[in-house]
Design a protein around this ligand. Structure first.
Ligand code: SF4
Ligand code: SF4
Length: 175
């Protein structure tokens, strides 16, 4: 599904409705921390990591099933994530996003956080935002924090680190 950005400037009530939508057809980048956390929960990186060449960089991307382009960790019956406790940071950010630049959406404004200037959005097509009987309230601060964490980890994610991680996991019997 396509992300329809709406400016996220104030806390919003949220409850995931498991509408089966957001874990299909998405391109989800993995950081080395994501890969390690998921592997340590008992999943073989061979089964969930794919590679994508972007310019002179190799990116690590969450694998999808062939038949519906759903994430390999998505339960098609319930719509739930089978690795919720250890899922990738990008999944924890969604249905929000953090940008370093404005996207040109009406009402957007910069959000200053820890000395950084960010633009935050939520996906208008996610029915969990402003849902009835919300389970929680999501604040711009927590999404900005996750966005900066992703940025830090993503910068450190490269093939050398991946090879080193796989060697370490294999040595410990986790690979
Ligand atoms: S689109 Fe929103 S409500 Fe639907 S499964 Fe994803 S996060 Fe939950
Ligand atoms: S890891 Fe979980 S939350 Fe992320 S895309 Fe897969 S099923 Fe969805």
């Amino acid at each position: 599904m396509r992300f329809k950005p709406k400016p996220f400037t104030d806390p919003v009530p949220f409850r995931c409705l498991y509408c089966l939508d957001c874990c299909r057809g998405r391109h989800i980048y993995l950081t080395l921390e994501d890969i390690e956390r998921i592997a340590r929960a008992g999943h073989d990186p061979q089964d969930f990591v794919t590679f994508s060449v972007e310019g002179d960089k190799i990116r690590f991307v969450l694998a999808v099933r062939e038949w519906d382009l759903g994430c390999v960790f998505h339960d098609p019956e319930t719509g739930k994530c089978t690795i919720h406790e250890v899922n990738p940071i990008i999944c924890r950010i969604y249905p929000f996003m953090v940008s370093r630049k404005p996207l040109g959406v009406e009402g957007e404004e910069p959000f200053e956080y820890r000395g950084e200037k960010l633009w935050l959005y939520y996906d208008e097509s996610c029915p969990g935002i402003n849902a009835e009987e919300p389970e929680t309230t999501i604040t711009p601060e927590e999404i900005a924090e996750l966005g900066l964490e992703f940025e830090r980890e993503f910068e450190k994610t490269d093939m050398d680190g991946f090879v080193e991680l796989i060697g370490r996991l294999d040595g410990e019997g986790n690979g």
